[in-house]
Design a protein around this ligand. Structure first.
Ligand SMILES: [Zn+2]
Length: 385
């Protein structure tokens, strides 16, 4: 066993930023730079809560942390307002890629809902093309600095709207121009994936992959519908699958060793059929630790990050991947999320490698590219070890 990073040095032996990472769940409209929002807002005449980048960044984090869903959703009004022109979309997408690369991300899937970016007259195809041009420019800018990153779009439909079929067709239309998958986002509770059954059937008929937000604001019924009606190959968050796992602790008998005063406890783990399906079939869980804490997705398991079921799911062999969700609102990077796990659960380099390989293998990439990604990550970790 390798020494844990935490054992080596409480302050970490090296910056986890250098680790090659895979980001599968990161919203384009949740990852803008505050300074960019201010620039773009001035261009389109949108009023912001603050025009100071530091204060604006804090406003986003505080609103997301307030416990008020209304305030949380208000944050997206501002980011989406400045992403209504080709120039705005291009810049946000380009910087998104550059910021991922600075965080050590070598492969990223960027999700966003084109239907939310039509307020100034652009069409669905135009906004997808503008974002793709920005992503390409970001990849190019990163490569000019001697690094490499690959990105793909996850075309998302909003659950409260009624455009899922149109958005599914949009995604399939752009499959060879940057779109790698489909998702539904927005209000999960009350909007089961079964409502969008036709769109998911269309995607399946076109062999186009879907990941579905489920198991965040709603529980097992939502996850079941994501898997059955959505044919989800991955679950956006999926963290509430832990509600289908029960662990009963009982005291183990002392083995008689001297000084063994405190008997160990033994946990008897039982997986329900749904949890068994998700674990045994290797359905990837796109877990976003900080975001889950902010939105109350894990409030049923206790307070604080130490109550997050991510570790339990990981130890039980679920296909756990680690993600950021909304870097601006949560004020985090993927490096921060890794550090949080190292600090909270004592994860070592082997754990971080496993979580990263899980994400690489769950990426919506062709097999050869996935294998190349896995090899790259393994080699980079071997060099560090
Ligand atoms: Zn999300």
């Amino acid at each position: 066993m390798t020494e844990t990073i935490a054992d080596d040095a409480p302050d970490l032996e090296f910056d986890l930023k250098v680790l090659p990472k895979v980001s599968l769940h990161d919203h384009l409209d949740g990852g803008l730079r505050p300074a960019t929002i201010i620039d773009l807002a001035a261009e389109v005449g949108h009023t912001l809560p603050s025009t100071d980048p530091v204060a604006l960044g804090e406003w986003f984090r505080e609103s997301a942390d307030s416990g008020s869903l209304v305030r949380y959703l208000e944050t997206f009004d501002h980011t989406i307002a400045v992403m209504q022109t080709k120039e705005g979309l291009f810049r946000v997408a380009k910087e998104f890629v550059e910021d991922l690369a600075d965080d050590g991300v070598v492969y990223g899937e960027v999700r966003w809902a084109p239907e939310q970016h039509l307020q100034r007259g652009l069409t669905l195809d135009e906004v997808v093309e503008a974002v793709q041009a920005g992503l390409d420019a970001g990849v190019e800018a990163v490569s000019e600095t001697g690094r490499e990153i690959q990105v793909g779009q996850l075309i998302t439909a909003m659950r409260h709207a009624d455009r899922s079929q149109e958005i599914a067709e949009l995604a399939v239309r752009h499959r060879h121009q940057g779109a790698v998958g489909f998702d539904i986002a927005g209000a999960e509770d009350g909007f089961l994936p079964s409502r969008f059954k036709d769109a998911f059937t269309y995607l399946a008929q076109h062999n186009f992959p879907a990941t579905v937000h489920a198991g965040e604001a709603a529980g097992l019924e939502s996850i079941q519908s994501a898997l059955v009606d959505g044919r989800a190959l991955r679950l956006g968050h999926g963290v509430r699958i832990a509600e289908d796992v029960s662990i009963e602790f009982e005291e183990a008998e002392s083995d008689g060793t001297e000084g063994d005063e405190v008997p160990d406890t033994i946990g008897m783990v039982t997986l329900g059929d749904l949890a068994g399906w998700v674990r045994d079939r290797g359905i990837a869980l796109e877990i976003c630790p900080s975001s889950n804490l902010q939105t109350g997705a894990i409030s049923g398991f206790g307070e604080g990050i130490e109550s997050h079921p991510v570790d339990m799911l990981y130890q039980l062999g679920f296909n756990v991947t680690i993600n950021t969700d909304n870097r601006l609102m949560s004020g985090v990077t993927l490096t921060d999320e890794f550090e949080l796990l190292v600090e909270t659960f004592d994860y070592d380099l082997d754990d971080l490698l496993e979580l990263t390989l899980n994400a690489a293998e769950a990426a919506f990439l062709p097999l050869e590219e996935k294998e190349a990604l896995v090899e790259y990550i393994n080699e980079a970790y071997a060099d560090l070890g």
